[in-house]
Structure formats: C-alpha cells, structure tokens
Design a protein. Structure first.
Length: 191
C-alpha cells in the first residue's frame, strides 16, 4: 500500500530540500502535489474549501467517539470519508483526527472527528499488497482477514476481447475492440 504520510498536510520529514526549492526558502514552506511544489505553512492544509476560517478549524477540539469515522482501503490507499459531504481524503496513521477540507466538519460543530483504524491494519495491508492489480486492493470496515484471504482477484486478461469483457464492456464492444486490435496487428506486421 502507498505509505503516504501526508497529502494536504506538510510533513517536515518529507519536505523538499531547500536547495531544490527556487529562492532557497525553508523546506517546511512547500509540499509536492502532482509534481508541483506548492507553498504552505507547516501543519496547514494545502487545499481548503470549507466555509469557515482555517485557523479556527485547526484550533477546534477533538470530538467524541460518537462522531468518529473509520478508514477504508481503496485501490491500495487508506481513505477517510466525510459522512456529511462525502469528501474523501487520504488517511494518516500518525494523526488520529479528521477535518474535512470540503465542509470543515460543519455537521458536527466544526470539531475534529476521531479516526478509527482497524487493529490489524498491517495484516490487511499485507494481504492487499499481494494483489497484482491496484484496483483490487480494497477493504471495508467489518470485512474480515479470512474474507480478504478467500478473495482471489482474477488476473487481468491479456486478450483484448477478454480484457474488454472483464472491464464490463458489452459483447459487441468487446468484439469491436478485438477486431480493431487484430487490424492494428496486421497493419504493423505489413510494415
């Protein structure tokens, strides 16, 4: 699984070296998002869309376990989802709180939501990491290790028609893809 320690929050341990930053600014002023360096302050979100003051949100108290959210695995990433607006963010193991950057946890008075991790998350990660295809590396709260172990995701087919069917396309679409693939192979061979 991707061990993303922070997305949206600057992590001083992984901040760019000052020599790689134009103007040689302190490395705690930057985060890398999609290959671009974005200037941020330490501990502040890179993206904030909520209709409340960011400083107020950061200073908010932690709410009770009654408003907690559980992490889930999606395509090999740990995710936490806002139950109010359904905005999702990468979960951070070393920060057991969640503040939605979309709604600012407005539905719970702006308090931080506690984040609940499965006790056996390392075992879940090991089972998911063994899967060849990232889109099959999924786990939901309540799913057991035994059920994860029993799931044996079918390997992605190499035949274009089979691949199209596997991806959920219709028979007609799969046949068209197979014909197109054969035509391209013939054209390539004739060169």
């Amino acid at each position: 699984m991707h061990d993303v320690t922070h997305y949206g929050w600057i992590d001083p341990a992984t901040a760019p070296d000052a020599t790689t930053v134009p103007g040689h600014r302190r490395p705690d002023q930057f985060a890398e998002i999609d290959g671009e360096l974005v200037m941020v302050k330490r501990g502040e979100p890179v993206f904030w869309a909520a209709d409340r003051d960011l400083d107020e949100a950061m200073a908010a108290p932690l709410g009770s376990k009654l408003i907690a959210v559980e992490v889930y695995a999606n395509h090999g990433r740990w995710i936490v989802e806002c139950p109010a607006c359904h905005g999702a963010q990468l979960a951070v193991r070393d920060d057991p709180r969640f503040m939605c950057v979309g709604c600012g946890n407005a539905s719970v008075g702006g308090k931080w939501r506690p984040v609940i991790w499965p006790k056996d998350h390392h075992k879940i990660e090991a089972l998911l990491d063994a899967r060849a295809m990232p889109h099959t590396r999924n786990w939901n709260p309540g799913e057991t290790l035994q059920s994860l172990h029993r799931e044996e995701p079918r390997e992605e087919p190499t035949d274009p028609r089979e691949h199209a069917l596997w991806a959920g396309l219709s028979e007609a679409e799969a046949d068209a893809i197979a014909r197109d693939h054969k035509a391209r192979k013939r054209k390539k061979a004739s060169r």
